[in-house]
Write a protein that binds this ligand. Structure first.
Ligand SMILES: *[C@@H]1O[C@H](CO)[C@@H](O)[C@H](O)[C@H]1NC(C)=O
Ligand SMILES: *[C@@H]1O[C@H](CO)[C@@H](O)[C@H](O)[C@H]1NC(C)=O
Length: 350
């Protein structure tokens, strides 16, 4: 009896997750069974070990806790995304200290729509961080400058080939004169945090794009004013270009992107060009009316458009968003950019 008990103990030490908290008392009672049956020594052990195994296995399948432990140990399974993945969603409605910036109506609800979109596409909710400045948002999940930078570092830390990352930003954006001489338009683009700080594109690139290793994929969505080169990616669509005449490979910007090298494969969809403002629109679906970013809304609608059948190519999706903007007279243009040369006829997936 003491022999099999210590066997249970050492198993328990080796596989701590596999043993329910009551394993000690369980093994005690199970080990009484051979005694009741009058079995001794090895015979008792031979009976007790399989019985204990069956009970632990039953516990495994009918209790939730160990199952979650298994999910975590094996990363993800079943309907979940197979690649190692992480997402960061940022929605800033109010920029403090800047009276000239109106509060955004849709930043929070759009952040939530993107969250749902990721879940629907197999992303694990434990791997999505959402920073929003809602009234009940805890201080570590508010989109302050410090939290945005820290979360971006966390997003890309330990990234490896095969990983998939996602970044969504809805906030006020702006342009200002550039000091570095690395912008075609001589302007840096920046985004605002909820505590009123400006985070410029060069900083975003250094934190979130530059460290990415070869083979790591990142999708970025920016729904902000001056979003176009908000991540300073070196390959991008020209202004006003239609999907039919878009070259097969995204052209490189005219300014030599010496500071813009990354080995990661980043594709960014931006709501507008650098000099443009992004609109929020009102949408009515059935008897429900809500505000949403024109870009966020159109992206979500067109991504799963039945016309594509499955995942769209970059060219298709660009064309659909551009044409919807034209039809609905939305006065800004979607822009597509990338960190590496991008074949726009490749499929785009999330
Ligand atoms: C990209 O990878 C190469 C080869 O491993 C390395 O030399 C280079 O520094 C990397 N570039 C960046 C921006 O990390
Ligand atoms: C809105 O429509 C849904 C179904 O489409 C219905 O169940 C609900 O009662 C309607 N709400 C109002 C306020 O009309």
């Amino acid at each position: 009896m003491s022999m099999s008990f210590s066997l249970t103990k050492s198993l328990q030490n080796t596989f701590p997750h596999a043993f329910p908290p009551f394993a000690d008392s369980l093994s005690f009672w199970v080990l009484l069974i051979p005694q009741w049956l009058g079995l001794q020594g090895d015979m008792g052990l031979a009976l007790a070990v399989p019985v204990l195994t069956v009970l632990v296995t039953v516990y495994f399948f009918y209790s939730r806790r160990p199952r979650q432990t298994i999910w975590r140990l094996t990363k993800s399974r079943g309907p979940r995304k197979s690649a190692n993945h992480k997402a960061l969603i940022i929605g800033v409605a109010h920029v403090s200290g800047h009276r000239e910036l109106d509060d955004l109506d849709a930043a929070h609800s759009d952040a939530q729509r993107i969250f749902q979109f990721l879940l629907k596409n197999g992303w694990d909710q434990d791997r999505i961080i959402k920073l929003v400045d809602t009234r009940d948002s805890p201080s570590n999940l508010r989109p302050t400058e410090a939290n945005i930078k820290r979360s971006m570092r966390k997003l890309v830390e330990n990234a490896r080939a095969g990983d998939e990352l996602f970044l969504y930003v809805a906030t006020h954006g702006f342009q200002r004169d550039c000091k570095g001489g690395d912008e075609e338009d001589l302007k840096d683009e920046l985004i605002y945090s909820c505590d009123g700080c400006e985070i410029v594109d060069n900083t975003l690139f250094d934190i979130a794009i530059k460290p990415l290793p070869k083979g790591c994929k990142m999708t970025v969505l920016f729904d902000t004013c001056s979003a176009g080169t908000g991540m300073d990616l070196p390959y991008r669509t020209d202004r006003g270009i239609s999907e039919e005449i878009m070259p097969k490979q995204l052209p490189m910007t005219s300014v030599k992107p010496k500071m813009r090298e990354s080995n990661g494969s980043v594709v960014m969809w931006a709501s507008c060009h650098d000099g443009q403002a992004s609109l929020e629109i009102q949408v009515t679906e059935g008897n429900k009316t809500y505000k949403t970013g024109a870009f966020t809304h159109t992206f979500l609608q067109e991504f799963r458009s039945s016309e594509f059948g499955s995942d769209p190519s970059h060219r298709n999706l660009y064309g659909r968003i551009r044409n919807t903007f034209l039809e609905k007279e939305i006065p800004h243009e979607v822009q597509l950019s990338s960190s590496l040369p991008l074949n726009v006829d490749d499929r785009f997936s999330v």
